[in-house]
Design a protein around this ligand. Structure first.
Ligand SMILES: Cc1ncc(C[n+]2csc(CCOP(=O)(O)OP(=O)(O)O)c2C)c(N)n1
Length: 272
């Protein structure tokens, strides 16, 4: 990892600031969802995965797929910071004709897959991992999913298929914030015990703190499992992480901050 942990935390704070600004300016929802996964996105983009504009056309590049596409603002802020496109592109995010839609689409530099309809990022990531293996490439595929996505049948088809194909260069991170759009994940359709379920499907399944950037980065870059298992990180997170009055309050799945709330959040994040 080239950046030290203080730098990584600073990047995460700045991304959270961008996410707040974008939601405020464009009036788009999913703020809590975007704040929830910032540290995982930082671990992927500022860790050892080869994710940068210079390798964007390399067929054997590492891939990151934001399967929970409703958290697009986090990805856009990260991609702009990595130099995939100018920062100014964020200015008209989600406006008609903008290069940055409310959900990610491959027309945007750095976006691999169109996501937003939950349950598709894992199957596509599995296809990419299988294609790499057939070609003899040694790249890594990283998919970030939400806990609500684990209600989708396509996720469990993928969960069966990837270990059967011994796709050990595939890493999935599950943003386990325990909320969905309208309620607690375990009240909508219980996922517990989530780690054990993935392990039973044949995955190297690990529980981690989804806000511990260093540990996340270590797992993303860990040696592929010698037994051929793909890796899943059950990442415990807090929806709305980083802004005290948004943390674990699911109203922020849909709510847009007022100007006063935005200013208060910036003070908390120690941003100008
Ligand atoms: C297939 C599908 N159904 C419904 C939706 C609408 N939708 C957007 S976000 C969301 C759930 C959010 O909960 P979760 O997926 O756990 O992510 P979180 O926002 O809590 O991080 C839903 C149902 C969708 N995007 N895709």
């Amino acid at each position: 990892m080239t950046a030290n942990i203080d730098e990584l935390r600073s990047i995460a704070r700045r991304i959270r600031g961008r996410v707040l600004e974008l939601s405020f300016r464009a009036g788009t929802p999913h703020l809590g969802s975007s704040l929830s996964c910032v540290d995982m996105v930082v671990a992927a983009y500022w860790g050892e995965l080869k994710l940068d504009p210079s390798s964007a056309a390399d067929p054997a590049r590492d891939r990151f797929i934001l399967s929970k596409g409703h958290a697009a603002t986090t990805l856009y802020a990260a991609l702009a910071m990595k130099g995939y496109f100018p920062d100014s592109w964020l200015d008209d995010y989600a406006e008609p004709g903008s290069a940055l839609g409310e959900h990610p689409s491959p027309g945007t530099p750095g976006i691999e897959v169109a996501t937003g309809s939950l349950g598709h990022g894992l199957p596509v990531g599995i296809g990419l991992a299988l294609a790499s293996r057939i070609r003899g490439d040694h790249n890594r595929i990283c998919v970030l999913m939400s806990d609500g996505e684990c209600n989708e049948g396509s996720v469990w088809e993928g969960a069966l298929f990837a270990p059967a194909q011994r796709l050990n260069r595939l890493t999935v991170m599950i943003d386990y914030n325990k909320w969905q759009a309208t309620g607690r994940s375990d009240e909508v359709t219980s996922l517990a015990p989530l780690r054990e379920k993935w392990a039973a499907f044949g995955w190297r399944a690990v529980e981690v703190d989804g806000h511990d950037i260093a540990t996340l980065a270590e797992w993303i870059q860990a040696e592929p499992d010698p037994d051929g298992r793909p890796t899943v990180l059950i990442a415990h997170t807090v929806k709305g992480k980083g802004v005290s009055f948004m943390e674990d309050d699911n109203n922020w799945h849909y709510r847009i901050p007022s100007a006063q709330e935005l200013a208060k959040a910036f003070v908390e994040l120690q941003l100008p």
